[in-house]
Design a protein around this ligand. Structure first.
Ligand code: FEO
Ligand code: CA
Ligand code: CA
Length: 649
């Protein structure tokens, strides 16, 4: 099933560096944007990072995906593809819950590539995770949410929210969650290994433990689980992270939509406000009719068991996932780690909602390479902080600890469990800076600085701007750079203070409306082409040289496809993006993930053909199969250079 989606031969754009674009995105254009784009935080490695050698693709909007001519994409996994060796061909009309539980889930998002050591087997994650095998590994993929009107015949989008049939809800609950799929690189490209003992689905019926400071708290107890320490399933799985001890972290983001009921009818006022804050309402989808735990009038505590980070071991198919309460409860985009031997683990994450916060977790214990049993406990104990971004580029991490500052009984917190369950309220009280929807927060392994994707915030009113979120009605998003004290490669991520600066502002550098006017690196006149600008940064990855690869979610509002843009973070081409990949219309792109050798870049195309009036019966298009018998299918692509070289070089 490799390469069965023909690439579109694209006209190679002329070299943008040779074009006369100085007027378009040169110093004058940038100056009017009003952003202070400072020089980088690390060593000057411009020659290395500047060498993004691919031929840039144009902004477009059509029913295909697009890559530079000298690249190819293997169509690796699609919704409904079997994971075991004996499954039948995917026929969506025949799909039931049992079938879906053996097949790749819907709306793929985060991707982790976990290498396989050929000499180790299942359960030996500590050996596998030291491997840099780039030809065989486990692809660990989130499935964020379901869209019945694009999955099943007979629904309009409106009808699918309140009127999904029980049978279809049962399928949806198996289509959410996460997949582990062994994959191998063959002479024909990447392929799944059907029937691999590692292949696994995690869904809304997978049993999990609840661990950390909030585990067992009364607010996590339900009729089904009086212990408050055991829960079935995970939902809203957006981005995530990886640990150096071979586990994967998956985020629970938009979990509120899975629950129905009227928060005002919940007797406990704290709980009512809590449910309201996460968008639980009588208008939500009708899962509660089918599965009573999603009805808050029956189980008012069940939503408190979602909104966490989940850690699991993909190398052990029997391992039980754990919800890590120490990392707080909110609409988690993901958490990514900085792991330095002999130091605490530092993890950074964001709460993807308007005016929510950026977080940092510092483990109580020390990371000790080669001691997996010790390391596996590191994310269960530690301190969570929320970021305060001050005027002038200073920043501090404020601890979320019961009894400290305003986090006391007078303000409605009984204990640390309350601080973690009501993390948003706690972070606001201690003075964290409300941000423009924090998505991925990830540290560049080359310069050791941390980058925050802020996707947009149209709800930021005039007068409500702050130094780190400088645009009212921010529709195009921006990227911040966090610079911990110390030198490149040896920065102190444990320090409670940091410097920050604006790395770039999304948007067209020539836009008239300041809310949409982009600002990028300006050290080389004309460094970015008319296709180099983008909007709505969402996910991010760094290649081996420390170049930043940003995946977007929202460019269609600006007239072109979502996709990938790559750029240096240092040197003269710092923050000067080049356009690498474009999605089929209606889709957003998630997950970018490189193999350890950098020769493959995995990407998720989520919700292709998601558009007004586009349904299973009458979709906008049928990417990637373009088969009249199949609907559009969210899919994972493995992008390679045709000559086998390093992607982007
Ligand atoms: Fe699921 Fe934050 O996007
Ligand atoms: Ca995301
Ligand atoms: Ca997204």
């Amino acid at each position: 099933m490799t390469d069965n989606n023909p690439q579109n031969p694209l006209p190679e754009p002329e070299n943008p560096r040779r074009r006369s674009l100085f007027k378009a995105v040169g110093a004058a254009g940038i100056a009017t944007a009003g952003a202070s784009l400072l020089p980088g935080c690390g060593p000057r490695i411009e020659k290395e990072q500047a060498n993004l050698g691919f031929a840039e693709i144009p902004h477009r909007l059509d029913h295909r995906h697009h890559l530079p001519d000298d690249y190819t994409a293997d169509l690796l996994l699609r919704w409904g593809d079997p994971l075991d060796a004996f499954a039948d061909r995917f026929v969506p009309e025949k799909l039931d819950a049992a079938e879906q539980s053996r097949r790749f889930g819907y709306n793929n998002d985060f991707i982790a590539f976990m290498p396989l050591d050929p000499d180790a087997g299942p359960g030996e994650g500590d050996r596998h995770c030291r491997s840099s095998n780039s030809e065989r590994g486990l692809l660990c993929v989130n499935h964020e949410y379901t869209q019945p009107h694009l999955m099943f015949a007979g629904y309009s989008e409106a009808a699918s929210i309140r009127g999904t049939s029980d049978q279809h809800i049962a399928v949806e609950q198996q289509a959410c969650g996460h997949s582990v799929v062994e994959i191998e690189k063959t002479s024909g490209g990447w392929q799944p290994v059907l029937g691999s003992p590692y292949n696994r689905r995690i869904s809304l019926t997978t049993e999990m433990d609840i661990v950390g400071a909030a585990a067992g708290d009364t607010r996590l107890r339900t009729n089904e689980d009086p212990s408050g320490m055991r829960v079935f399933g995970t939902v809203g799985n957006c981005a995530g992270g990886k640990t150096p001890w071979g586990t994967v972290l998956i985020a629970e983001e938009g979990f509120g939509g899975a629950f129905q009921g009227d928060p005002n009818k919940v007797a406990d006022e704290v709980e009512a406000q809590n449910h309201q804050a996460f968008g639980i309402s009588p208008e939500n989808r009708n899962w509660g009719n089918y599965d009573r735990r999603f009805d808050i009038s029956v189980e008012p505590h069940e939503p408190n068991r979602f909104g966490w980070m989940v850690e699991y071991d993909p190398y052990d198919p029997q391992s039980k996932p754990r919800k890590l309460t120490g990392l707080g409860r909110f609409e988690h985009e993901g958490f990514t780690l900085v792991s330095k031997p002999g130091q605490p683990i530092v993890a950074y994450g964001g709460d993807d909602d308007e005016h929510q916060f950026v977080y940092r977790f510092v483990s109580s214990g020390i990371y000790r390479p080669g001691e997996p049993a010790h390391n596996r406990a590191l994310l269960t104990e530690g301190t969570l902080y929320a970021g305060q971004f001050r005027e002038g580029g200073a920043g501090v991490w404020l601890p979320l600890v019961f009894g400290q500052g305003p986090l006391t009984e007078e303000n409605g917190f009984r204990n640390q469990a309350d601080v973690l369950i009501d993390c948003r309220r706690a972070a606001k009280l201690i003075g964290a800076t409300p941000m423009d929807r924090p998505e991925d927060v990830e540290t560049n392994p080359v310069n050791d600085c941390t980058y925050v994707m802020l996707t947009k915030n149209r709800k930021r009113a005039e007068g409500d701007e702050n130094a780190a979120n400088p645009r009212a009605r921010n529709s195009a998003g921006h990227v911040l750079e966090i610079v911990p004290p110390g030198r490149s490669g040896e920065r102190d991520h444990v320090s409670d203070s940091f410097r920050w600066n604006t790395f770039l502002l999304g948007g067209n550098p020539n836009a008239e409306d300041p809310a949409e006017r982009g600002a990028y690196g300006q050290q080389v006149p004309g460094a970015i082409s008319p296709h180099g600008w983008f909007t709505n940064p969402d996910n991010v990855a760094f290649d081996m040289r420390g170049n930043m690869w940003i995946a977007t979610d929202g460019c269609e509002s600006f007239g072109f496809h979502d996709g990938l843009w790559a750029m240096a973070t240092e040197g003269e081409l710092r923050a000067a993006p080049k356009h690498f990949f474009g999605c089929p219309q209606g889709g957003e792109i998630c997950g970018p993930e490189f193999t350890p050798d950098g020769t493959t870049l995995f990407v998720s195309v989520q919700h292709p053909a998601d558009a007004d009036n586009s349904t299973f019966d009458n979709p906008l298009h049928r990417w990637p199969d373009n088969d009249p018998g199949l609907p559009p299918r969210p899919s994972v692509l493995a992008i390679r250079r045709k000559d086998g070289g390093v992607v982007g070089r």
